[in-house]
Design a protein around this ligand. Structure first.
Ligand code: NAD
Length: 736
């Protein structure tokens, strides 16, 4: 038999070597054709007396990236179409469609012949579940094994929840499943999720050895008298473990993620049943979670849209691909040093310029530190570190920019300094090279006035810390050319980050929305909400940190500077508010600037922080917590950010719903379970959102007034994704 995605060769010992190597794909993924072929292969192995066991290996550098979630999107679309006329039939089709993989893996597990997974490199989601369904797993040292489904609103629904919890320690297993973390080889081995670790080239030989020695084709849990490694759910040990697991789930998720909630259900209920029934329970919860708006939104934003943006959905047509060989970075401070690191890591040569050699060297030392840490954690070698460092040339000499394809400035946020470095760099840069500014707030069009070639001038806004934050916001000035945009996007792809493209305005998209979140926290303080309640409301709403904490991170003196500048710009038109008094008291009177001087709304001691007890000196005594409704506070924080996004969309600074959503989650951690700022509005319905804005306007002030676009959409009962559908064809315009 021949297959599209697999080849099979059987040796003289009767061992079938199955090689998974999908044509025209850089990574093996599980789609409908893979499922069908895998099932046929299991039948072939089981039915052929000449085959006594099988090895599944990958023909690519990695084992598998997991299931192609667009398949789930398709299932969901069918479900919603059918649901109107035949709700029962639609639910049944969804259940059966979504458990297909479960049944294929179970067939493999119970077919009577032993299967060994020979796993190289990355092995994610459905790929990991395939390996777990096999009777043994041999992995290489580069293993990255994970079940990241909770991160896109789902849970591992092809047996993952049941097999992990039957193979490993309960606490570690629950953490692995609930956090969607990636395991390296030693940890996976320690957790008994893999049997042996060896070199990549020795995987198949090791698997053969195991099969020749006679590997049991019946799993323990399919034998009589099987005992769970952690004891029964209803047992003294279980009584200690499960209530605590539930408490941790609540602490980590605030019950915002149906995927995590149903995962716990599937585990606790499934562990009380034999495997086939347990898998049925898992499938029922999986079909249930698929129907939640949270899962649909998260799959759309964090899988489909993110993939499209990563493939440069916004790359202008007709631009030739650029290979970026060398970048210049002006300013080797906090951001410049980070940009140098991610560029050199991607194999790009870097010229890192600062005013003094010492400062430039210090910028390079940041890469040294990061690589040394990676070595300590076993994630890089000394050789890789030396190679990376050799790519960075720290200097004060602008002549070194002569052969750079792209120059990014990350000097102080000061117009005059930015002007000086732009002019200085352009005198040596190639005429076709692109100049980018990493400014967080200054409009690009105005900065481009310092440039002799504003067509080649663009904003490339990184987030801190640069090595960890995946988003990059590209800003188009009025005269920025398509070529400059293509170059910026090609660079961002090369450093493996996710780009969004926005039009110019003060604060662009992300900084502008982040400031509204912080401002709303300050307004709550002014309203007499206790500080701890504000912070909890932020986290319970799904934000990574509370607004006061974020204010401290961004720096209160900076916020005060912005407020003072706006006040100066607007003159008599400026309306003083309670926020001014709080910021002034914090910064001018108390000299509390935030984390940077160890004093802000929190007191900082090393990594620890506690709310500053003196806040009441600034705000006065808060009202009792009971006088506020926590649900309303949570909504207030999310609504303000979503509303600001809708305004930015109306102003056409944002032009693509995908970018609004992905940008909000990756850029400032907007409650991921919502799918992002605009999905949040769509999820509740525009009319409901507008009503909420009106209610908040009456209660909290005109800053909640819904904009015209929202009011019009509410009247017409329109959604953002309905009214502004992203162009799916653009997504296929992969530059590579
Ligand atoms: P920083 O103060 O840490 O670094 C600025 C560096 O620029 C310093 O090393 C300084 O010596 C150098 N510099 C100043 N004038 C120079 C000149 N004429 N030539 C060469 N080097 C010069 O500041 P940062 O936090 O890295 O911010 C840099 C830029 O990035 C700013 O525009 C800022 O708004 C933007 N930004 C900052 C963040 C953040 O979180 N810090 C995030 C996004 C964007």
């Amino acid at each position: 038999m021949s297959y599209k995605n697999f080849t099979i060769e059987t040796d003289d010992d009767g061992i079938a070597l199955i090689t998974w190597d999908m044509p025209e794909k850089s990574m093996n993924v599980i789609d409908l054709s893979v499922m069908d072929e895998l099932e046929a292969i299991v039948d072939q192995v089981a039915g052929d007396d000449a085959i006594k066991g099988a090895i599944i290996q990958s023909g690519k550098a990695a084992f598998s990236g997991g299931a192609d979630l667009t398949m789930m999107e398709g299932l969901l679309k069918d479900f919603h179409v059918k649901r109107g006329n035949d709700p029962e039939g639609a639910a049944k089709a969804l259940y059966e469609g979504s458990r297909k993989l479960t049944l294929v893996y179970r067939k493999l597990e119970t077919c009577g012949k032993p299967f060994v997974a020979a796993v190289c490199g990355t092995c994610m989601g459905g790929g990991t579940e395939l390996a777990l369904a096999c009777h043994a797993r041999i992995v290489d040292e580069g293993l990255k094994m994970g079940l990241p489904e909770v991160k896109v609103g789902l849970f591992p629904g092809a047996g993952g929840t049941q097999r992990v919890m039957r193979m490993t320690d309960g606490q570690q297993g629950m953490q692995f499943l609930l956090q969607g973390r990636t395991l390296r080889a030693p940890q996976a081995k320690q957790m008994k999720l893999v049997d042996e670790v060896t070199g990549t080239k020795k995987l198949v030989a090791a698997a053969r050895k195991l099969l020749n020695a006679g590997l049991d084709p019946v799993k323990d849990w399919d034998k009589k008298g099987y005992r769970l490694p952690n004891g029964k759910v209803y047992s003294p040990a279980g009584f200690q473990f499960w209530p605590a697991a539930n408490a941790i789930y609540r602490r980590e998720t605030h019950d915002n993620y149906p995927g995590a909630r149903y995962l716990l259900h599937a585990v606790v209920e499934g562990l009380q049943l034999p495997m086939d029934l347990a898998l049925q329970v898992e499938s029922r919860y999986f079909a249930k979670v698929l129907q939640t708006p949270e899962a649909a939104n998260m799959i759309r934003s964090l899988f489909v849209s993110m993939q499209e943006l990563n493939k440069l959905a916004r790359r202008p047509e007709g631009q030739r691909p650029n290979k970026i060989r060398k970048v210049g970075i002006l300013g080797a401070g906090f951001m410049g040093a980070g940009i140098a690191y991610v560029s050199a890591k991607a194999g790009i040569d870097v010229v890192l310029i600062d005013r003094e050699q010492e400062a430039a060297d210090k910028g390079k030392a940041h890469s040294d530190e990061l690589m040394s840490k990676a070595i300590k954690r076993g994630r890089a070698s000394e050789e890789q570190k030396q190679k990376l460092l050799a790519r960075i040339n720290p200097t004060v000499d602008y002549e070194a920019l002569a052969d750079c394809d792209l120059v990014i400035e990350a000097v102080f946020e000061d117009r005059d300094i930015k002007k000086t470095v732009t002019e200085k760099a352009e005198t040596v840069m190639k005429s076709r090279a692109i100049f980018a500014s990493n400014t967080s707030t200054l409009p690009i069009t105005s900065l481009a006035q310092a440039s002799k070639r504003p067509k080649n001038f663009i904003g490339i806004h990184f987030f801190s810390p640069v090595d960890k934050m995946m988003l990059v916001e590209v800003i188009l000035g009025k005269r920025t050319s398509d070529r400059a945009l293509a170059m910026a996007l090609d660079y961002i792809k090369a450093i493996k980050k996710t780009p969004i493209v926005v039009n110019d305005s003060r604060g662009f998209y992300t900084s502008r929305v982040v400031m509204t979140y912080i401002r709303e926290g300050l307004m709550m303080l002014a309203d007499g909400v206790p500080a701890a309640m504000i912070e909890n409301a932020g986290r319970m709403a799904g934000m990574p940190v509370g607004p006061l904490s974020l204010g401290d991170e961004v720096a209160l003196d900076l916020a005060w500077k912005i407020v003072s500048a706006t006040r100066k710009d607007l003159g008599v038109k400026y309306v003083e508010g309670p926020l001014d008094n709080i910021l002034e008291a914090m910064v001018v009177k108390q000299e509390r600037f935030g984390r940077k001087n160890g004093k802000g709304f929190y007191d900082y001691k090393g990594k620890d922080k506690t709310l500053w007890p003196g806040i009441t000196d600034v705000t006065g005594q808060p009202k009792p917590a009971e006088s506020f409704n926590i649900e309303e506070l949570k909504q207030r924080l999310l609504v303000m950010q979503a509303l600001e996004t809708a305004r930015i969309f109306e102003e056409k600074c944002l032009t693509d719903v995908r970018e609004a959503d992905v940008g909000s989650i990756l850029g400032f951690g907007f409650a991921p379970y919502t799918g992002g700022t605009l999905s949040y509005i769509d999820m509740m319905g525009t009319a409901t959102f507008v009503d909420l804005c009106k209610k908040f306007t009456r209660k909290w002030g005109p800053r909640f007034k819904p904009n015209k676009l929202l009011r019009d959409m509410a009247r017409e009962n329109e959604s953002f994704y309905g009214k502004f559908p992203p162009n799916p064809e653009q997504a296929t315009k992969d530059a590579a």
